[in-house]
Design a protein around this ligand. Sequence first.
Ligand SMILES: [Fe+2]
Length: 313
Amino acid sequence: MESIITNPVTSATAPTATSTVRVNTIGYVAFDTPDVERLTEYYTSALGFTLVDGDGRSAYLSADGSNHAVVLNQADEARARARVGYRVDGSLDDAATRLTRAGYQVERRTDVSPTETTVLALAEPQTGMPIHLYDSSVEIARPGTDAVAPTKLGHVAAYVPSLDAMQSFYEELLGFQWSDTIGDFFVFMRCNTDHHAANFMKSDKYSGMHHVAYEMRDLTHLQNMLDHLASREVRLEWGPGRHGPGHNIFTYHRDPDGNVIELFTQLDVMDDATGNYEPRPWHDGVLQYPRTWEADLKAQNSWGPGNPAMRDR
Ligand SMILES: [Fe+2]
């Protein structure tokens, strides 16, 4: 592992507004898997991703025809959300300086992917998961090849011991904004106008990834994907339904490693000029803005039914 910048933390200071790095997009999510070939087959043949690079022990997969959105790495055991990459505004040097001044140890790496030539790596609080920050300008356009493929990686949800600490980290250090909360246990955050790119469920029992979500262009695109999955004997575990926070139409199934995969469309879009989500017919005529939802069926699935496999927390 190449390390150009090493910042032993000698005097951690509280993050300040001026120390905020501005994430603008969720770029990729990595999975450790005992069978790269099997999971690559699922991503390419079932979900329609394009394999853009790989060597048998790793695979880089693109959803939208640009840079990879999914990374698979050979490992003894499956591990979802092994790391997450975010694109940031501004220079990586500035980001490294700001994060270091805020007391975080940052490492500059050039060996993590075939397309992101340089990333800043830091550990997510509580989980220790590596977060990779990289410059938006390095994106290389590639032609899309499969009509059923999702348009992009939408969000990654994870179990965490404390919502407040995680929300503070993402808001104060990475420039995310609060979108919604369900009860006192599920928070949603955004880094652009999409309702959420990162969400966290408080849990004393579970850790790791809750689910990963890929966006479909519209209902027809989602339907075509579901028919395609059905032809491959891939069955849904929940949905279609419509979530409360974000109002996305969702479906959930599992990949061959057992990871929960959401395919969604019609996610709420923030109007930054007003602080409200753009009005939609399914908003019940009520202006939508960031708020705390009651933990009821409406929040889970306004169409009903509830998640049959809903875990306790
Ligand atoms: Fe989701």
